[in-house]
Design a protein around this ligand. Structure first.
Ligand SMILES: Nc1ncnc2c1ncn2[C@@H]1O[C@H](COP(=O)(O)OP(=O)(O)OP(=O)(O)O)[C@@H](O)[C@H]1O
Ligand SMILES: [Mg+2]
Length: 415
């Protein structure tokens, strides 16, 4: 049995009613507009909301609200403009308005992974989260792109994820995801961690939520101004990451490119430590993803950087990724060129190669959404997803068991 809220045209609603009851479901609300649905979510606690796919009953705000509460949202589209509306906001559970109930039923009673809110996840998974730090040399090899999209893919697999912008040169995660960068972010978390006050309430207050259907995650945005560098001492970053990893299942960290010791840059022992966050993230990481560009300059920077990285991080913790692989920059058979170069000069035999995919990358930047949301079938998204599932997450068996078949019923909300 599921508790359903409807916001459908009267004819469709009437058509479905008998079948809904027949399947043992309860209709808790019949509403007219998306705002009515939104306002009813906490009071009526439906398990599934079924709406018309037009703007009057479906928009991003409703999707985000359902997603946050672990409520499934299914839309029925009557024409192309309604289908386009659903596609634009990234809802994939869309059927024809004329669909029979047995086509809708599978979406109502099983099969979809609903992301857990963090509270649920940490209650179920007391083990500290895995920390994945994304590092890469200078030259914008794609650290932020990887960090953002790996977070999204891990979240889409049903895990509670926090994405941390700890790049002391960048602060690029907030604009990449359309989030506020003047709000308190990772620096505030570090400041509180330094005073031993980074508790769950503060984490929830500081994190901004990136909302997407079944793949929402929490984001600690980067530093806005140079005045706050001192907040990012090695110890504070380490404590902040430690607190965050106690709160979610996976932490993905976007780091800076420089592995230069700050002491080498200045003799003033009280000067802000610019690279402290990068070093602390690398030390805390269970896995370091080292990304380089697939052109002669990018590869030589990656090889040099990899040499420095293995001084700091054991080789077993490092995954090498070569991004933007294309024959235009490396000649025909770019893949073997990359593999040969890595093997010959650094003995790396198991690198992951990601395609150059300007179309998907640009669409993501333009809309400030993840690849999963804006270009789900693109080659780049597909390669990133495969890497996340195969290399970062546990084997499929255990992964399946972590998903939960149905959103938690929230009877408490009904009093
Ligand atoms: N596989 C790809 N194909 C095409 N474009 C890509 C790909 N990966 C990343 N890009 C684009 O390359 C640019 C740099 O990527 P990104 O910002 O992720 O790099 P970065 O290493 O974080 O750079 P920075 O040094 O600025 O922090 C972005 O415009 C991004 O959209
Ligand atoms: Mg970046």
């Amino acid at each position: 049995m599921a508790r359903l809220a409807f916001a459908l045209d009267p004819a469709t609603e009437d058509r479905l009613l008998a079948d809904v009851v027949e399947h043992g479901h309860v209709i808790v609300a019949r509403l007219l507009a998306w705002r009515d649905v939104l306002e009813s979510l906490d009071v009526l606690a439906p398990d599934v909301v079924i709406v018309g796919a037009g703007r009057a009953t479906l928009n991003e705000e409703l999707l985000a609200a359902c997603d946050e509460r672990g409520i499934r949202l299914v839309a029925l589209a009557g024409d192309d403009s309604e289908r386009a509306n659903a596609a634009q906001i990234g809802l994939h559970e869309v059927l024809e308005r004329s669909a029979a109930w047995n086509e809708i039923e599978p979406l109502v009673s099983g099969g979809i992974t609903v992301p857990s809110r963090l509270g649920d996840a940490t209650d179920r998974a007391p083990r500290a989260a895995s920390v994945i730090a994304v590092w890469g040399p200078a030259g914008a090899p794609g650290r932020t792109t990887l960090a953002v999209n790996l977070a999204a893919e891990i979240a889409a697999a049903g895990h509670a994820v926090a994405l941390v912008d700890a790049d002391p040169y960048g602060g690029a995660v907030a604009p990449s995801l359309g989030l506020l960068d003047e709000a308190p972010g990772f620096a505030s978390a570090c400041r509180l961690a330094g005073g031993g006050a980074l508790d769950r309430t503060e984490l929830e207050r500081i994190a901004q939520r990136y909302s997407a259907p079944r793949a929402s995650f929490d984001v600690f945005t980067g530093l806005v101004g140079p005045s706050r560098w001192p907040e990012l001492s090695h110890d504070r970053v380490t404590s902040a990451l430690e607190a965050i990893r106690g709160w979610v299942e996976y932490v993905v960290v976007d780091t800076g490119f420089s592995l230069e010791r700050d002491e080498e840059l200045t003799s003033d022992q009280f000067a802000p430590r610019r690279n402290a966050a990068t070093f602390a993230a690398l030390a805390a990481a269970d896995r370091v993803v080292a990304v380089g560009l697939a052109d002669p300059v990018g590869l030589s920077r990656l090889l040099r950087g990899h040499g420095e990285l293995v001084e700091l991080v054991e080789a077993e913790r490092i995954d090498v990724i070569v991004n933007r692989v294309r024959s235009a920059a490396l000649g025909i058979d770019a893949h073997s060129q990359v593999r040969q170069t890595l093997r010959r000069f650094a003995g790396i035999t198991d690198a992951t190669l990601l395609p150059h995919d300007g179309r998907a990358a640009d669409a993501a930047i333009l809309t400030a959404r993840t690849l999963r949301d804006v270009a789900p079938r693109s080659p780049l998204r597909s390669a990133l997803r495969t890497y996340a599932l195969d290399a970062l997450l546990p084997a499929p068996e255990s992964r399946r068991s972590r998903r939960f078949a149905f959103p938690p019923m929230r009877r408490a909300a009904m009093g």
